[in-house]
Design a protein around this ligand. Structure first.
Ligand SMILES: CC(C)(COP(=O)(O)OP(=O)(O)OC[C@H]1O[C@@H](n2cnc3c(N)ncnc32)[C@H](O)[C@@H]1OP(=O)(O)O)[C@@H](O)C(=O)NCCC(=O)NCCS
Length: 161
C-alpha cells in the first residue's frame, strides 16, 4: 500500500495523540490542522505547521511513530512540509516566487535530524512571537536542551505531487 501525505481527519485524533504521547508531546490545536504521513489507516508520522505571515511558518510539533523511527519517514514528511509549506497550512496565503522561512524548536536529541533536513541553528530571539519565549520558564529545559532552528526555502512553481 502506498504512503500518502494528507491533512488529518477527526477520526484520527486518538491515533495521532497516542503517537505524540510516546515522546511526551501533545496535539498542537485542532486535529484537522495536522499533516500526516500514512499507510492505509496507520499513521506513520505527523506534524503541524502554522503560517505566521506571508513568508514565515513555524513547525509547532513533529514526530514519527516510535516503532518506525530511523527508516527515513521523518525526512520524507518534513521534506514535503518544507517544500510546500503553504499547501500544508489550512487557509495559508500562497507564495509565488518568494523566499520563505520555517522556524521550529527541537529537543537537543533531534537537532541532528533537522540539520540533516536542511535546518540551521538560530537564536531563540530570532523565532517569531510567542515561540521566542516558549522554553524560557520550562522546568525541563536542562534535560530537553531545546534549540531554535530555521529552514530557508524558495517557493517554486511546482504544485504538490
Ligand atoms: C526526530 C525524528 C522526527 C526523526 O525522524 P526519523 O524518521 O527517525 O528520521 P529519519 O529516519 O527520516 O532520518 C533522516 C536523517 O536524519 C538522521 N537522523 C535522524 N535522527 C537523528 C539523530 N537523532 N541523530 C543523528 N542523525 C539523525 C538519519 O540518520 C537520517 O540521515 P540520512 O538521510 O543521512 O540517512 C524522530 O526520531 C522522532 O519522532 N523523535 C521524537 C520526537 C522528536 O524529537 N521530534 C522533533 C521535535 S522536538
Amino acid at each position: 500500500m502506498e504512503q500518502i501525505v494528507a491533512f488529518a481527519e477527526y477520526k484520527e485524533k486518538e491515533q495521532l495523540r497516542s503517537l505524540f504521547a510516546e515522546t511526551d508531546m501533545g496535539l498542537a490545536g485542532e486535529i484537522e490542522d495536522h499533516v500526516l504521513l500514512k499507510k492505509g489507516d496507520r499513521i506513520l508520522a505527523g506534524g503541524r505547521l502554522v503560517q505566521m505571515d506571508e513568508s514565515l511558518f513555524h513547525l509547532m510539533v513533529f514526530a514519527v511513530d516510535k516503532a518506525k523511527r530511523g527508516t527515513g519517514l521523518g525526512k520524507k514528511l518534513i521534506d514535503k512540509l518544507c517544500q510546500f509549506p503553504w499547501a500544508y497550512c489550512r487557509e495559508a496565503e500562497k507564495l509565488k516566487g518568494l523566499e520563505y522561512t520555517i522556524t521550529t524548536i527541537a529537543k537537543g536529541t533531534a537537532v541532528p535530524f533537522y540539520q540533516n533536513c536542511g535546518y540551521q541553528m538560530i537564536s531563540f530571539a530570532e523565532l517569531p512571537e510567542p515561540f521566542d519565549l516558549q522554553c524560557r520558564e520550562c522546568p525541563d529545559q536542562k534535560e530537553c536542551k531545546p534549540m531554535a532552528l530555521a529552514f530557508y526555502g524558495k517557493a517554486g512553481t511546482k504544485e504538490v505531487g
